[in-house]
Design a protein around this ligand. Sequence first.
Ligand code: NAD
Length: 466
Amino acid sequence: MGDIDTFEGLLAAVAVEDGLRVTDPASGEVLGYAPDRTVEDLRRAVAVAKAAQPGWEALGHEERSRLLHVAADAVEHSAAALAELISREQGKPLNGPGSRFEAGGVAAWLRAAADTPLEPERVGESAVLRYRAVGVVGAIGPWNWPALIACWQFAGALRMGNTVVLKPSEYTPLSVLALGEVVGRVLPEGVLTVLSGGRELGAAVVADRGFGKLMFTGSTRTGRAIVAASAGNLPRLTLELGGNDPGIVLPDADPAAIAEDLFWGAFINTGQTCAALKRLYVHESLHDEVVEALRAVVERTPMGPGVEEGSLLGPLTTREQFGIVDGLVEKAKAAGARIVIGGEPDRDAPGNFYPATLVTGVAGDAGLVVEEQFGPALPILPYRDLDDVIGQANALETGLGASVWSADVERAKEVSGRIEAGTVWINKHGTVHPMVPFGGVKGSGYGLEFGQEGLKAVAVPQIITT
Ligand code: NAD
């Protein structure tokens, strides 16, 4: 597969002459075009996936797992090319928790999906609960971690004997088409199909009666539309939606020791991460120290084009997202907030670079606090009373992740139990692991991905009673 080992080869294998225009967020220049698929293309793809499914399921767990490892080998083989394409299309840097990390994560998640055991369970005296394939799984993805999230959606589904049709975000179709090309070459025909297109194609996936299960990762607003639109067909749903994760620093934390992890919890992928730390509550006794420690990390973390080896933060993927972040910070400024560092982007530059920004002196109900900024602008709020700050943490409709920072892990665990979120991290934020289930509560959606729970979610349970 020599032709897809290089960035140029991989891009040439998936790009077309005309269609969805993809721009490089660091320069504003056109990177390439992806096919803009129609509803008719979707119908054909679903028919092919449906025809391929019984044969794929019949291979059995062992053979499918073997093939997922072969797919992981192929991803590792093309990892450099894939990473460069992700950096050029989505913007994240090659280094740090960037595109090389993303490509490596794809291989790791494929291997974990292959190796996770899921045996039938005996229930009581005479019943057995087992998990069967759903049939054809439809997946719709976002633009922030395009390849990794696509893999999260298809790896477990394939392992369980389903075939998959996946629609990537219109902003990052090339990375996902490239991943589909790399993986598709080592799997049987029709098992995994990536169809690029816009929102209308996403809506057509939801309306198509061929899917027994839909995996959606994206905004809460689109998630709600999908629930409503899928009522006719009643597919099973996994909804990984928006987040506005709080972090709570308890009075016994050590600011110098936690600053670096706080920073990456908030600024990973330039803040464009579902489970990033998006509002930081610090006990008033530590507030200034934490702010200064964070400022020092911001000062030494270089931002630049993703493909430059020295960059650790990149541009925002879309101009719209740049506008959202800029608007929230400007509103906070107008209301009297203090910009500790950042907050002054070059709005005339061709790239979507918004500097890493720390904001203090914001009201608890400011837009920057209660809306998902999905970018590199972190509001830091002092608190005095623990019950009060837990109330603030739980006040929003989102419930994806949260974190508690303390020298006393038992104390942090107690606080964690009172937070309404799918995951609460202690002394870190946003780290995910292929064997540890992940998913949101409240407006952040429902259903779990990863580990055994993730496999169950892309299967249908069946009870056999004798
Ligand atoms: P989005 O909802 O705008 O788009 C996501 C996908 O849905 C795209 O592929 C889009 O084409 C498609 N789509 C749009 N309208 C549709 C419709 N009516 N029917 C079907 N499909 C439709 O989200 P985005 O801007 O791409 O992603 C950012 C959001 O995703 C943020 O809120 C972020 O927090 C969230 N996110 C959540 C997770 C998680 O695991 N919980 C992970 C990553 C991102």
